[in-house]
Ligand binder design. Sequence first.
Ligand code: CUA
Length: 350
Amino acid sequence: MNEQNAPATYQLPPQMSTVAAEVDWLYYFIYWLSVVLFVAIVGAMIYWAIKYRERPGHKAEPTGHNLPLELAWTIAPIFILVFLFHKGFQGYLDMTIAPPNAIEIRVNAKQWSWEFVYPNGGSSDKLHVPVHKPVKLVMASADVLHSFFVPALRIKRDVVPGMYTTVWFEATQTGKDDIACAEYCGGRSEGPGGELPYEPTNDPDNPYVSGQMTGHWAMHSRVYVELQEDFDKFVKSIGDKCDAYRSEGKICPGEVAAAEGQKLSVSKGCVACHTTTGMRLVGPSWKDIWGKEESTDKGDVLVDENYIRESILAPQAKIVTGFQAVMPTFSGQISDPEIDELIAYIKSLK
Ligand code: CUA
């Protein structure tokens, strides 16, 4: 059922997402605009350089000042730039604000691998997504700056330590594409004889054993765009693995356990001020707080990963209307994985 979207061109990979056509249109518009202006400007320069060159019997004459001409070439580019800004900003907003029904997949980046955690807690080093469904990626880095890049989907977004970044897309055809890190995030180490730190495999979908590779270059994965039933099958298979872990009383690798967050809310003392029943204590109750628009002293904020993280590390930054700024900071007393667990717990209270 491969629909024929625009195939790869000399310059660009095939279009596999809803935003791809618009991104490419803007790319080619800027490209051809640059070609036309380059030819016109350089052409005029060469023509006049030859025409007015100094030669016997001909003296170079300055042309002086031409006000209408100077106004024209100052004002005309303004219209072009405003148009480009408008198109770019519109596209940026479209790509930033995910539809509310998007499937949420967590992306954990670290030197030098990608991990994808699905809604049922199962995780994989490959990204599987259903076709024709919006998918939202919530991304975090365990160490340094990375950048999540899928050429055929036309998405690229930095993954930054100490905060959550998101990106969303809707794939328009089944197939696969590469996932690359687009931010230099560390060098590779070579073997004692200078040999490359990876070993080729026979698997065409995974030509190298990623565990044996190091460096930015090794931070490579695949996205598989599948029919819904194949996606469901995949998610169930990794979920079953989780169930096996859970039956042994362990948590699934990659899973952020709401249960661990609940334990933390007691051991860190959160429960002294925040209830989970809707009852008001010193701070807002956590019941149904996830995804809510809260009014604060700095304006309305959406209660999402970044707001909860900020509220834990810098509680004075945005105070919910009607509450006092009394919470102490937990900066230095709580780790990033622990913040993830608290967020998972607060999410579960919805
Ligand atoms: Cu991660 Cu480059």
